[in-house]
Write a protein that binds this ligand. Sequence first.
Ligand code: MIC
Ligand code: SF4
Length: 754
Amino acid sequence: LSKKVEMTNWETGNYINYAKMSENLNIVRQRMNNRPLTYAEKILYSHLDNPHEQEIERGVSYLKLRPDRVACQDATAQMAILQFMSAGMPSVATPSTVHCDHLIEAQIGGEKDLARAQDINKEVYDFLSTACAKYNIGFWKPGSGIIHQIILENYAFPGGLMIGTDSHTPNAGGLGMAAIGVGGADAVDVMANLPWELKAPKVIGVKLTGELSGWASPKDIILKVAGILTVKGGTGAIIEYHGPGVDSISATGMATICNMGAEIGATTSLFPFNDRMYDYLNATKRKHIGDFSRTYAKELKEDQGAEYDSLIEINLSELEPHINGPFTPDLATPISKFKEAVKANNWPEEMKVGLIGSCTNSSYEDMSRAASIARDALDHGIKAKALFTVTPGSEQIRATIERDGQLQTFEEFGGMVLANACGPCIGQWDRRDVKKGEKNSIVSSYNRNFTSRNDANPATHAFVTSPDLVVAMTIAGTLNFNPLTDSLKDKDGNEFKLKAPTGDGLPANGYDPGMDTYQAPPQDRSQVNVAVSPTSDRLQILEPFNAWDGKDATDLPILIKAQGKTTTDHISMAGPWLKYRGHLDNISNNMLIGAINSANGEANNIENYTNGEFGTVPGVARDYKAKGIRWVVVGDWNYGEGSSREHAALEPRHLGGLAIIVRSFARIHETNLKKQGMLPLTFSEPADYDKLNPDDKVDLLCTELAVGKPMTMKVHPKNGESYEIKLSHTFNEGQIEWFKNGSALNTMAKATKN
Ligand code: MIC
Ligand code: SF4
């Protein structure tokens, strides 16, 4: 255990510390009278800042943790680095990487799109690359691939703890790493050597038995789990897979399952270390890590008799392929029932576009299986009927499938190969086949399918499924096709059934690394200059927020009472807005423009109470701010579900918001709000949401803010008697300081000054 093994082949001097982890774990074990532990607990407890004194109660205590790594993608790294810069440190204290993947728009195909992105985003890429060089951060250039795929290929290791500024960071669970999505401000803490805080999660066990076969794939496991747990079912919990079925799943398949755990709000998802992971480590030139993990294997899985807060069992031998959607990732329908569902719900039957790849499903195995189906169609003289796109997850995957022929198969089949980047998954898609507002269906192998996400068209019905089903349905061009039971017609009109997909989990001839897309930080970093132009419309140096004035807030208007689903895509839309991710004032013009106003059922149309006029949400907020009026937002269940983007918290703060009052929050968003000095509050009585009218005024008794105590809100209806309700919160002592000082960053600055 005391051997020195590097965490990654790309750095020197950053070792995997199983010896220390084991020591910490033993301290905690003793304190817990050696009760059996889940794997999730083992990883967290072995990374405690103070294993001797840390209070540990699942679902209650805040754990102070020391993650091994930090990863950021370009759309969130800008804000993270701008915040890190204000901390005034010479370099990051924890190994970190930045990945350029979100800002590349899909238009006409990989190479040209990449060149266009390099041109359009030059200022941002230059900023990120110089900041990485300056602060000792590894930089993965545009074209290298999607953050989660690069992490799996190069940085993840069994038993490690990582945070990443992207909600799909849990993808690394495919290599047995606890990888957790956070906002940029959390990343800044860890980069600045502060411990990172996480409410001790509950652990939901998913026991897998049987074996996958035929058309069923790893994706179907998570699609089914999403159906069972729903979009908020994983909140505050780690999902831990275990049982004999685990061994039939490849490491990349496990990564797919962990990746999409984000869609059910889980803190992260995990698989225990096994031979499939060893094989993947070996294939990605990390056999030495695999061997080292084997020496620590006893602690890289759950203890016998470990107890889960709840348990789900899935028999893989009976698992059907699923399709989830539209508009929400938890609406799960098994393929045998899908035709009926399409009819019953009047979903558009014609499938316009099939999209495979993304961080969720772009492994060698995914691509090989998908290509085997496309090849089957080609052998029968037919091609894709719907449009078809392929996004390789990394340059390594792209180069390998180019060498091994899958890529040519996709092209022959009629596919367009896009850049190694997020592309249509995050609305970076110059879609031209349907007009905005036109009702249509698309099916992807991605993870998220919120309204307007892919193409900014609210009438697009987006479904998510395995790459296998995407390809099969692309051939048929209709949602009504079930490849398990239905036949197609070959070029001569003869009926045939598609063969079930096959494909290697790992490339027989090894991976081809492709182009070199990594920039290591230079040895001498003292001369590197990080420039932000004061006239830039893409980057803006952050000004500290004002501290709390120490008073109760009275007579606050409700800027908007949002009804129904309010995801981070509704609060701070991506797609065309991604370009302002480094400029707080500019991006604030998208604040809550997708949220539905309960007063009129419309998006981005709210009443300004000072003059009775209707305007856009950001417009009215700016008017209140100019008039010195602070305001609150009221929202429904699971507010802020989806992305880790802290812009969804920074924008309301910047435009003068004080509190967000909802029935419940998604974890990352709630923390992001606290970090930026906002008050995330929940109705102690969820039914009180219904009592509030959008034109009520409220008083928030901020002076009552104390750990574990509800806060009083006085409601003053426009016509009618005032009344009081109670609001709950999850602030701890330290977090209350963030509110008082105006933000976590202000708190950090204050501490370094003292
Ligand atoms: C997403 O899938 O929604 C994103 C874009 O990757 C986000 C991050 C972001 O908004 O920058 C996420 O999932 O955290
Ligand atoms: Fe990129 Fe989509 Fe993955 Fe988010 S979910 S990291 S946008 S590919």
